[in-house]
Design a protein around this ligand. Structure first.
Ligand code: VGL
Length: 215
């Protein structure tokens, strides 16, 4: 399985949320410019690979019939149906061979907004996997800001993790809701950062800790 170290430097890990075809332009529940973040995500992924740090990719992985879909009483058009092209990761996303895929929303009663509701291929929850890796700081990016990114960030904080929201690699379904969600995540304790800052933090994790405790 993974060749990444059991206790990564600084306890840092990356979570890329739902960068799937259905959330990108042309998809069933498209985030406008959702695909714009892919080259930025690839740079983050490279940074974490170079640092030998664990990388998680969550995906919506819904059954054809789920109460998450409008057709069955839910809110959304059908999207990210298991094994469909729409559920596949964006083709330009540079997924490392040992990245951990976390599937969520996999049963008819499970809406699966948060990656913390998901499990890897062996049935291990994201929270358990992070504990196993000794991760204490989770960097989060992906789609969509006000739904699955927000839910994952708030759950990570509730699990006692430090969260860094990668604001240059998230996009909302609705711009106003996206801004409100960023405020909410910050108020809950998430730090925000962009590529430059993270590049330095990976080499010197104390940088983020210090910045967080500054007034
Ligand atoms: C999402 C709406 C419905 C997301 C998933 O990935 O943010 N949003 N299902």
């Amino acid at each position: 399985m993974s060749e990444r170290p059991r206790y990564p430097r600084g306890g840092q890990a990356l979570l890329v949320v739902d960068v799937q075809n259905d959330f990108c332009p042309g998809g069933a529940l498209a985030v406008s410019s959702g695909d714009e973040i892919v080259p930025i995500l690839n740079r983050y992924i490279k940074m974490f690979e170079r640092g030998h740090l664990p990388i998680y990719l969550s995906r919506d992985w819904h059954p054809r019939e789920t109460r998450h879909f409008r057709e069955f009483g839910g809110r959304w058009p059908a999207h990210c149906v298991q094994e469909s092209v729409g559920a596949a990761f964006h083709p330009a996303l540079a997924i490392p061979a040992d990245a951990q895929v976390i599937s969520k929303g996999t049963s008819p009663d499970d809406e699966g907004y948060s990656a913390f509701d998901g499990r890897d291929a062996t049935g291990t929850s994201l929270a358990d996997s992070l504990v196993r890796y000794g991760a204490r700081t989770l960097y989060v990016a992906g789609l969509a800001t006000e739904y699955c990114v927000r839910a994952s960030v708030l759950d990570a904080i509730a699990h006692g993790l430090r969260v860094v929201l990668l604001v240059d690699a998230i996009r909302p379904l609705d711009p106003d809701d996206g801004l409100r969600a960023i405020d909410e995540m910050r108020l809950a304790g998430a730090r925000v950062a962009t590529l430059d800052e993270v590049g330095r933090a990976i080499d010197d994790p104390s940088m983020l800790t210090e910045a967080r405790s500054a007034p």
